[in-house]
Design a protein around this ligand. Structure first.
Ligand SMILES: O=C(O)CCC(=O)C(=O)O
Length: 298
């Protein structure tokens, strides 16, 4: 399969890595911020205590069968903060936003949310990739928070990162081969050439990790009998511009968007599972453009 250097050459995006961090952080230490900028990731950060994460897990345990019954697979629950109050409440949790504000400044916008649920035996991996490579955004200044809803272990396919790889910014990638069983569609080959040895982001439920949108990361197949559910939340500030309708799913969580560019979805009133294959549904566009293999047996 062919090699690519830019998924959106027509957009002429600014593909640099921008170091983040405010002068007077309130939750992260300056050392942690330096580590994020130097290594491209930071973990573990405790967000929810044991009681709180049990409640969130119970909520998710009830949501997942509804998603599957509606025809979504366990990697396709994207932007459900727009219709599910429980998801909205997690992605706008003040402890998560405090961390984001230390990196992004006063304005914190959730661009999208995505559950990555590795079910025992599903055989899926996430091949080495860089998030910015998928996203029609400029500039590349997005922080991902990945919240462990289940314990995330080596055995059940914890995410791994290549420290320092973000400094390379865009790295050439290939279209994934079907036999990779990749949840997404791009693969960076020989990932360990671009930084230090891979680090597994082993997390206890209730902890989160952070990674830069240029950090090479991926995860192996779940080899255990335990589910591995994580909720990825993508945050940015208002100096990022979206193309191809990628500004339509956001929530302005802190501060203001003086550009008026970003949507600001309100807290949902209930727990509405989006309708699959509804041509009117923005979910379907996003699933396609995120690179999730729609219709595959994930
Ligand atoms: O959950 C995973 O295994 C991969 C998640 C991921 O690629 C991301 O959050 O950007």
């Amino acid at each position: 399969m062919s090699q690519h250097l830019d998924a959106y050459p027509e957009l002429e995006r600014d593909l640099k890595f921008y170091p983040l961090g405010v002068k007077n952080p309130t939750v992260l230490s300056p050392v942690q911020i330096d580590r994020y900028n130097d290594q491209g990731y930071l973990f573990p950060i405790r967000v929810f205590d044991d009681r709180e994460i049990v409640e969130i897990r119970e909520y998710f345990d009830a949501l997942l069968p509804r998603a599957l019954a509606a025809g979504w697979n366990s990697y396709e629950m994207i932007n459900w903060h727009k219709t599910c109050r429980g998801v909205y409440d997690v992605v706008t949790n003040s402890r998560i936003l405090d961390v984001m504000q230390d990196l992004l400044g006063d304005t914190v916008i959730l661009r999208h949310s995505h559950f990555f649920v590795k079910l025992p035996g599903d055989g899926k991996r996430v091949s080495w990739h860089q998030d910015s490579s998928y996203w029609p955004l400029s500039r590349s200044k997005v922080v991902s928070a990945w919240l462990a809803i289940d314990d995330s272990t080596i055995e059940n396919g914890a995410m791994q990162v290549i420290p320092g790889s973000h400094k390379a910014a865009q790295i050439a990638f290939h279209d994934s081969e079907p036999e990779e069983n990749n949840v997404l569609s791009q693969t960076v080959r020989d990932a360990d050439r671009y930084g230090d040895a891979p680090v597994p982001l082993v997390l206890k439920a209730g902890e989160m990790s952070l990674h830069s949108d240029w950090t090479l990361h991926g995860s192996d197949v779940n080899q255990s009998e335990q589910r591995r559910c994580g909720l990825a939340m993508r945050f940015l500030s208002s100096d990022v511009q979206a193309y191809n309708g990628w500004n339509a799913h956001s929530v302005i969580c802190r501060g203001q968007d003086p550009t008026g560019h970003w949507a600001d979805h309100a807290r949902p009133t209930g727990e509405q599972v989006p309708v699959k294959d509804n041509p009117e549904s923005s979910m379907n566009d996003l699933v396609n453009s995120t690179g999730v293999a729609v219709g595959s047996a994930d």
